[in-house]
Ligand binder design. Structure first.
Ligand code: PEP
Ligand code: MN
Length: 372
């Protein structure tokens, strides 16, 4: 059971103490507090843990500080969308709002290689009105002999450049807890020039110890990719690990499933699950057309498969697009063959706009028919 408290309830107020005293009378129930400090208000939710079946919902609703009460189902307790659960799906990070009805494009380098390419990428993003990007510094690679990313060495210039070009959020995969401190340190050094969204890659979706550590910090939001060879339920439970440790600024990323049934694509595109994840949870949903398609192949209509699947995800309501671009794809150290080129960015963004408008119209259409 979740008690959603009246916004801006102070935890040192006598009313809140009264509420705790009431709860202490429920046998076998412990509490856990989740506080979300937003731009406009602070929201607090009190989780009652234990067997809450016998607690009458109406009694709890009338307790001091309580705004509303949600009875949670067992699954995805924190991130899940429960019955009569109309809690907000938003979170704000570094001036950017993420939710189940926002849309942001994170175009950028799969892996940072040289400073010049980082600058070219950031500049083209700024020139096209973008405030988010992707920049890989820690790369999990199949072969130990492949380029592993520049790691902490590239962070200062990546962050500085982001500041220079007005980039507010960089999606960056981390593969080890030590990377968190390296990112913090580089942000400190560069005077907080930008923000970072930590990315848990598909190879680490069930790295539970990493999830717990990333979940315990609330400074950075987290993009968790679906595991490539596990069920959707298993991946959603992995996301729940982050939230159960305290970090609810979580975005769920679809990036295709590893199976040769998806050939000739790199992975089997799974964007049909966009509405499913939005129905089962309150997480914004990201699609990664680059790692799911994995090639620059196009169809006879002249549209690249990467762009086709992006539009398919957007028209189904996706909230974020993580996509590989590179100024000189033939020189990219990782995933050059699937990267889009700088000159394709305006077309890509316009194409996304078309799909987004179609999605908005579809939502309006269903509402109109429901009202009739
Ligand atoms: C990536 O986004 O750089 C990446 C490696 O993706 P995934 O974890 O989905 O393979
Ligand atoms: Mn890649």
């Amino acid at each position: 059971m979740i008690l959603v408290l009246i916004p801006d309830t102070r935890l040192d107020s006598p009313e809140y103490q009264q509420l705790l005293a009431h709860i202490a009378n429920f046998p076998g129930i412990t509490t856990r507090v989740h506080t979300e400090v937003g731009a406009e208000q602070t929201l607090t939710e009190l989780y009652l843990i234990g067997d809450t079946k016998a607690i009458p919902i109406d009694d709890v609703r009338n307790l001091p500080c309580v705004d509303s009460v949600v009875r949670v189902s067992e699954e995805y307790r924190v991130l899940g969308r429960h019955k009569n659960d109309d809690r907000s799906t938003y979170f704000d990070y570094n001036g950017v709002r993420f939710g189940q009805d926002t849309l942001h494009v994170f175009a950028g380098l799969c892996a940072v290689d040289i400073e010049e390419h980082v600058e070219m990428m950031m500049k083209v993003l700024r020139d096209n009105g973008q405030v988010c990007t992707r920049m890989g510094a820690y790369k999990p690679r199949t072969s130990p002999y492949s380029f592993q990313g520049h790691g902490k060495n590239c962070l200062p210039y990546v962050f500085e450049m982001a500041g220079k070009y007005g980039i507010k959020v960089i999606a960056m995969e981390i593969t080890h807890e030590s990377h968190l401190e390296e990112i913090r340190e580089a942000l400190r050094q560069t005077g907080g020039a930008t923000g970072v969204m930590l990315q848990i890659g598909t190879r680490n979706t069930q790295n539970f110890e990493l999830l717990k550590i990333v979940g315990r910090q609330q400074e950075f939001p987290v993009l968790i990719k679906r595991g490539f060879g596990i069920t959707l339920d298993e991946s959603l439970n992995a996301a729940e690990y982050l939230a159960s440790e305290g970090n609810r600024k979580v975005i769920f990323g679809l990036r295709g499933m590893k199976t040769n049934m998806g050939d000739p694509h790199r992975n089997f595109v799974d964007f049909a699950h966009v509405p499913v994840v939005k129905r089962l949870t309150r997480m914004p949903v990201c699609i990664d057309p680059s790692h799911s398609v994995g090639t620059r192949a196009g169809s006879p209509d002249g549209i690249l498969d990467v762009m086709h699947v992006t539009a398919q995800g957007i028209i189904a309501g996706a909230n974020m697009v993580l996509v590989d671009f590179h100024p000189v794809p033939c020189k990219a150290l990782v995933d050059g063959p699937q990267a889009l080129q700088m000159k394709e960015l305006p077309q890509f963004l316009e194409d996304i706009q078309i799909a987004r408008e179609a999605y908005t119209k579809r939502v309006a259409l269903v509402k109109r028919y429901q009202e009739e």
